[in-house]
Write a protein that binds this ligand. Structure first.
Ligand SMILES: [Zn+2]
Ligand SMILES: [Zn+2]
Length: 348
């Protein structure tokens, strides 16, 4: 889709949504000439809370020789075993029981929501607020996702937004598809990630008791149990699925598919697609990635307006996450959803 022809829903029709306008940094990022075409009220930055997830175009890589690559062999072995198990799982898919299919699908969405509805829009970019019951559900879903605790995930993700496409970006897409997809998890982080990551403001997360509780008591073993043991035991115990199908399809294959769908946001959505909102940044709009990552592939928009709770100009358009957050809002379990006004999204 092209600039100026988009027909997203204007958010002001939602009573509990805060419609906000783009901050000056976004306007300046597109060049001074854009200032004249923007409404005057954009001068006022009314974006609340943390701003350390906004792209900093002044930060550039220092000229230095490429550092030696240090492999993390534990991760390489575990990821290889997982993917080998998942490949074997593919051969068993056609002989799975119907309930195992449903279970795999259910767990896929719960686990995906743990990242897309919580770690991402809620704590990396505080773009909506959940009441306690939803907070508890999301913290459990996030633990099931087995992708580090919230604090660490949000820390890496803010660095990815602020220092995008530099050495300080943990999954810098300038190193290519493989590195930004999975490779970054298999090697030690670049020194710049640690250096610049240490300068990020995470005070909002430090003030959140539940986040710090999860960080303090986050045990990889417990998360692994939630991610592997539980989804394997349910089909095996409740509808007599074979152990082989429960392990290789409902557990390994499902987990590998979810992981790869999430990683595509860092790889494919930074390399393939359109730039309708900001041509000066690498992230792109990629519908296929959105399909797999329950609505996270509108990445040019998301990097331009990270504080928009739907991570796209649209609402329910290929976004199960936005649908979920809106359902929670209609049940009074979420509030203060922040949506960028349509006028702010028009870049020319
Ligand atoms: Zn990105
Ligand atoms: Zn983000």
């Amino acid at each position: 889709w092209g600039t100026g022809t988009r027909d997203g829903v204007i958010s002001s029709s939602y009573t509990t949504t805060t419609t906000i306008t783009a901050p000056p940094s976004r306007v300046l990022q597109n060049g001074g000439d854009k200032l004249e075409t923007m409404p005057v009220y954009l001068e006022e930055d009314i974006r609340p809370d943390i701003k350390d997830d906004i792209y900093d175009p002044t930060y550039k890589d220092k000229e230095s020789p490429s550092p030696k690559v240090n492999y993390v062999w534990r991760n390489i072995i575990l990821m290889s075993l997982l993917h080998l198990g998942a490949l074997f799982g593919i051969t068993l898919v056609s002989t799975c029981k119907f309930y195992s299919w449903l279970w795999g699908l259910f767990y896929y969405f719960v686990r995906a929501l743990g990242i897309t509805a919580r770690a991402h829009p809620l704590w990396s970019h505080p773009s909506y607020k959940p009441w306690l019951p939803l907070r508890l559900f999301l913290i459990i879903a996030n633990t099931m996702a087995f992708q580090n605790d919230i604090y660490e995930w949000a820390h890496d993700h803010r660095a990815h937004h602020k220092f995008s496409e530099t050495h300080a970006d943990p999954h810098n897409s300038r190193h290519g598809f493989v590195f930004s997809h999975m490779g970054w998890l298999l090697v030690c982080k670049h020194l710049a990630v640690k250096e610049k990551g240490g300068t990020l403001d995470l005070s909002d997360l430090e003030a959140e008791k539940l986040v710090m509780f999860q960080r303090r008591y986050y045990k990889p073993q417990f998360a692994a149990d939630m991610c592997f043991i539980l989804p394997m035991l349910v089909p095996w115990c409740f509808w007599d699925e074979t152990f082989q199908h429960s392990l290789f399809v409902a557990t390994f294959l499902r987990y590998a598919v979810v992981l790869n769908a999430t990683w595509l946001v860092n790889s494919a959505a930074h390399l393939f697609g359109y730039h309708p909102y900001d041509k000066n940044i690498s992230p792109r709009e990629n519908v296929l990635v959105s399909l797999g990552a329950v609505g996270e592939g509108f990445h040019n928009y998301h990097h331009s307006f990270p504080y928009d709770y739907s991570a796209s100009e649209y609402r329910w358009h290929i976004s199960f996450t936005t649908f979920f957050i809106d359902c929670m809002a209609s049940l009074s379990l979420a509030y203060d959803r922040k949506k960028v006004s349509k006028a702010s999204t028009l870049s020319d």
